[in-house]
Design a protein around this ligand. Structure first.
Ligand SMILES: [Zn+2]
Length: 280
């Protein structure tokens, strides 16, 4: 009899006590439910190796994917929100920002960095959905505006990666002003004949869609991203009609002429680089 043979009968481990794998080692795709190693998932630019579902990722992951050797210089890393309206909903805005900063490790819903992408110098601002739903408040607008100013000063192309639920309610009118501010800056970039590429990722909605996200020389998107202005329920109630199938997906928006192309995240860096080489 081998020494490891279980001699006692009836020993049961309840399911909730079973440890199958350490947390974070496996990723399960929410669409096809297939499990894969997190390392494999990361090597695949956080897309599912089975069904190609594009997992929502934040600025750090995009910067690692796009900048050569993951090296970049962040601009205005310490800008953070004021509370101009002394806004309180279920909790005060100041407390909400503080709690989100702690939880996400971010200062606000966007980060700007410059560096080399396939040896091309570029400025990238990328939004973070984990910070109050990627909402556009005064810090997001200011970081984009300053990112464009940096691109103008150094004559560099600008890439915006949007991922947002829209304007930040807690800053009300101050949020809406960011639409005009960023649009004006982008007009200066266009006058200087510097390229602006806008990448819309899942989801891009509200005031973000209605301003900088749709103002690119090229407006591009990841597959199956939700892209829209108002939510489908509001539109349905307004027009009093059933909405077409696939409404507000990147594929639908492309078919109706609002996007230039859809790019798989695994090809993003190469496509952006060849696009910039073509137009510069
Ligand atoms: Zn999948």
């Amino acid at each position: 009899m081998s020494w490891f043979k279980r001699t006692d009968k009836g020993i049961q481990t309840p399911t909730e006590m079973k440890r199958e794998a350490p947390d974070g080692l496996w990723y399960q795709c929410p669409t096809c439910k297939k499990a894969m190693h997190t390392r494999e998932h990361k090597l695949n630019a956080f897309t599912c190796i089975n069904c190609n579902y594009h997992e929502k990722i934040g600025s750090e992951a995009y910067f690692q994917i796009l900048f050569d050797d993951g090296e970049y210089n962040e601009l205005d890393a310490n800008l953070h929100s004021g509370d101009p309206l002394k806004f309180i909903d279920t909790k005060s805005y100041v407390d909400r920002v503080r709690a989100t900063e702690k939880k996400s490790g971010l200062k606000d819903a966007a980060r700007t960095a410059y560096g080399k992408m396939s040896e091309i110098d570029i400025v990238i601002t990328c939004m973070d959905f984990s910070f109050i739903g990627g909402s556009m408040g005064s810090v997001v607008g200011e970081k984009i505006a300053r990112g464009i100013a940096y691109a103008l000063e150094h004559k560099l192309p600008f890439l915006m990666i949007s991922k947002s639920g829209g304007a930040r309610m807690m800053e009300a009118g101050f949020s809406l002003m960011q639409m005009a501010k960023t649009s004006a800056r982008l007009a200066q970039l266009a006058e200087a004949k510097l390229p602006y590429i806008s990448l819309l990722t899942d989801p891009t909605t509200g005031g973000v869609t209605a301003s900088y996200a749709m103002l690119g020389d090229f407006n591009i998107s990841e597959p199956e991203a939700l892209i829209g202005f108002a939510g489908p329920r509001v539109i349905k109630e307004t027009i009093g009609k059933e909405l077409p199938k696939g409404f507000q997906t990147a594929e639908f928006v492309l078919e109706h002429g609002f996007l230039d192309f859809i790019v798989d995240r695994k090809d993003l860096k190469d496509k952006l680089a060849s696009l910039l080489r073509m137009i510069q």
